[in-house]
Write a protein that binds this ligand. Structure first.
Ligand code: TRP
Ligand code: SF4
Length: 545
């Protein structure tokens, strides 16, 4: 393998959009690995600007205040981004159901990068979430070319480490993609909403891509929605940002599976999302133009918008651009004398006839029925959403909520550059001999100055130091003060690299000893879990594609 497979998700080379490919920022952490590390958060968050600006990942700091007892990886900005984490945080605070799920490709031994994800799953489980950990063996076989023998061996190692770190298998679920029939059935259904040109666009698949690899993508979509099979619930997927294309796709598919789409409308015609605020603004201003403000007419609104245009309508409503204004005006004009009147609309996306009838019967208040949609005049959007989901569930649908995600920074390799499974000295495996772990830390590169004198004078560059990262991501555990002390002493010139590395090396050795002891204890637990670690699958791996 030549590509970087920095932790902890071993990046699938193909999981990038064309957009990402051309900008070469993601998804294998290239840009991410180049940035300086500031475990205390916001000050270097701008280094991740591309992820925010170009891909729409949101800053984790913005939801942090809503998270009860945030994990240290959250407090230190190691978890830097998210998509739609608010419903998960809300559920956590309010004691509602929520879930966490992540998956691991068993392509090698688990290392300290994977530990971040293990910890994220376990923490959410401890906060009351339904927790899922899965072995992405179909992906490892079809996309990475691993044999079933290799996969079995590594699968065991991932599971043992996850258990050793505190995953509760009685409360949570562990599975392999290959032997989870329920998962495969779900994936099959999701696959019916995905087509090849999307695979091309999102992942760069082409005519040479093997079909099982494509199936493994659909399987991952199934994984991501699996926690919602019994009932819809906020679900967080902790991953590296390289997995974001998968998350986006899963969010799309979740929406495409829904029976009804709930939107806001103002008349019989459909509005695009960019047009809606403009028409809403006109409705708000109806006193200004309607002959009878009780019944403003679409045509009147069109005229007013046309004249008043930019000056009257809230600038934010126009932010979407000129075009939205003129298309909105055109639609209103065409509707002429039709009253302009707000309503929620249920669009029939996939509903069965029975579900459609059922929905009509369940709507309270004034309603109007059309061929492909129903308008309700006395419902709020959120009540409409709830109703649509209930009717869907009663009629055999899934009612999925769009899954959420959180993203953590990639660790820098101990040798500088990227942490990579294929460069043993760059990472510490959770299976490394504790002494070997000690040695690797001792020979790590640092952010230190050339001489002790300079270091005392200028201070070390903790932000560029892989050893400091070890303290912040792992060795300090929950002890923020300790991590901060190391940082302050380093940049203040009181700490010299020799002693600092010795301390880190000893802590690493202790961590590995302890972890490996716990792994042995976890063996018994693993035996009790209903998961086969001797796959009877056959078939030669297709090679890396
Ligand atoms: N594709 C992930 C990886 O490369 C593994 C994976 C499979 C996964 N299914 C998942 C991750 C579901 C998160 C959620 O490591
Ligand atoms: Fe890194 Fe420690 Fe040296 Fe600072 S003192 S540069 S944290 S090794």
């Amino acid at each position: 393998m030549t590509r970087d497979d920095s932790d902890p998700r071993e990046t699938d080379e193909t999981t990038r959009t064309d957009d990402e490919r051309s900008r070469q920022t993601l998804p294998d952490g290239g840009a991410v690995n180049d940035v300086a590390l500031d475990p205390w958060g916001s000050s270097t968050i701008s280094d991740y600007r591309k992820l925010f600006e170009e891909f729409g990942i949101e800053e984790f700091d913005e939801v942090l205040p809503d998270v009860p007892n945030p994990h240290y990886l959250m407090r230190r900005g190691v978890i830097f981004g998210h998509r739609d984490y608010t419903p998960v945080a809300d559920a956590m605070r309010e004691g509602d159901d929520f879930a966490v799920l992540s998956g691991f490709m068993p392509t090698g031994a688990p290392h300290i990068g994977h530990k971040l994800v293990f910890d994220e799953i376990i923490w959410h489980q401890q906060q009351g979430g339904d927790a899922y950990g899965l072995i992405a063996d179909l992906e490892a076989h079809s996309a990475r070319g691993l044999s079933w023998e290799e996969i079995d061996e590594h699968a065991r190692d991932y599971l043992l480490s996850l258990l050793a770190l505190g995953f509760d298998p009685e409360e949570g679920e562990l599975y392999r993609q290959s032997d989870n029939r329920t998962l495969q059935d779900l994936s099959f259904e999701l696959g019916s909403k995905a087509n090849f040109s999307e695979f091309q666009g999102i992942y760069g698949f082409d005519g040479e891509t093997n079909v099982s690899h494509m199936q493994s993508v659909v399987t991952q979509m199934g994984d991501i929605l699996y926690p919602q099979l019994e009932e819809p619930k906020p679900t967080v997927i902790p991953v590296g940002p390289d997995q974001d294309p998968h998350v986006r796709f899963a969010r799309d598919l979740a929406a495409r599976m829904r029976f009804f789409k709930v939107t806001e409308a103002y008349a019989s015609f459909e509005l695009a999302d960019v047009e809606r605020p403009i028409v809403a603004a006109a409705y708000e201003a109806r006193e200004a133009f309607a002959e009878d403000p009780e019944t403003p007419r679409c045509g009147e609104a069109a005229e007013w918008l046309d004249e008043a245009g930019r000056t009257q309508v809230d600038i934010s409503a126009l932010a979407a651009g000129e075009n939205a204004l003129s298309t909105a005006v055109e639609k209103l004009e065409n509707a002429g004398m039709e009253p302009l009147r707000p309503r929620v609309r249920f669009l029939d996306a996939n509903a069965t006839d029975d579900a459609f009838e059922d929905l009509i019967a369940s709507i309270d208040g004034e309603k109007r029925r059309y061929d492909e949609h129903i308008d309700a005049f006395d419902l709020s959007v959120s009540d409409a959403e709830t109703l649509a989901r209930e009717v869907e569930l009663d009629n055999g649908g899934y009612g999925f909520l769009p899954p959420s995600s959180i993203y953590h920074r990639f660790m820098t390799g101990l040798t500088g550059g990227k942490m990579s499974s294929s460069i043993p000295a760059s990472h510490i495996s959770l299976l490394d001999d504790p002494e070997e772990g000690y040695d690797k830390v001792k020979s790590a590169t640092t952010g230190g100055r050339e001489t002790a004198e300079k270091q005392r004078e200028l201070g070390g560059k903790a932000d560029e130091c892989p050893v400091y990262e070890l303290y912040a991501y792992l060795l300090s555990g929950d002890d923020d003060e300790f991590a901060k002390r190391v940082y302050d002493e380093c940049v203040g010139g009181e700490r010299l690299c020799g002693g600092c590395k010795e301390q880190a090396a000893v802590l690493m050795e202790e961590f590995l000893e302890d972890h490996q002891e716990k792994r042995e204890e976890a063996e018994a637990m693993l035996d009790d879990i209903d998961i086969s670690l001797e796959s009877d699958r056959r078939g030669v791996a297709p090679g890396d594609d």
